[in-house]
Ligand binder design. Sequence first.
Ligand code: AG3
Length: 289
Amino acid sequence: MVKIVVRFKYRRDITHSMELWFDELHTENARLGFRIKSELEHVRSEYQDIHVFDTFDFGKLLVIDGTVQTTERDEYIYHEMIAHVPMLTHPAPKRVLIIGGGDGGAAREALKHEPEEVHVVEIDEKVVELSKKYLPEISKAYQDSRVKLHIGDGIKFVKENSGFDVIIVDSTDPVGPAEGLFKLEFYKNLKNALLAKGVVAQQCGSPFYHPEEACRAYKEISKIFKYVKLYLAYIPTYPSGMWAFVIASDDKITMRRMQNFKTRYFNSEIYQSAMVLPEFIKEYCKNQK
Ligand code: AG3
């Protein structure tokens, strides 16, 4: 019998004597709750269910299909880590492509490298609209003329466009609507869209709750690129707090330039240490078919 596990369920419950909470279900039996001041917006877009909440401890919170995407308080960790690791692995990134990332956070960080162009391909224009309205610090990248927004399917975009130095895949979870972004076919197209020395980075879930997702991404992308590494960041509002990314290139993965911009989480020591993996992840990836 196949057991269907509802991994992420949106629930806003009124407990604690009329307090309002948003909970993300991490498993059937574990969840993380945010006490909220108010629901600022709830939109059912063509693609997904989107909420923006005003929370007590984390500022504004963007939720897609019941899963926390970003909060004003800790967004810098994810956005710095998804952008600076691949950007500093490239000797001189001029053309950058971000698949997903409609909130603008990854683009904001990519701009710190003085690229010529940053293309953001977001499928859901509602994400962009709500981010511009409620998350100005995250979405301010859109005010920069080097940032070009394309509303459309990232899978299709990489088939039809090329010439990028760095590609950042900032999607929702590896299961569900974003699944296609974790498939071999997509990775092949990513490689074709990259120039020589091109670097790609992608978020690939919680290695604590779902090591199979990170390891699958690692294995699939390894079939296409010569050098591949998983790396981690600590993100308080994501399931388990431990988050995985994968970086891939046909050139050795090493930090090629010095950091000459301000960050709040990332630094050159973290570039190194983030790639040091705990035993359970190594074991899992080794044993996984
Ligand atoms: N994209 C990855 C969010 C994944 C979080 N998963 C979860 N809460 N279950 C973040 C978008 C930020 N630009």
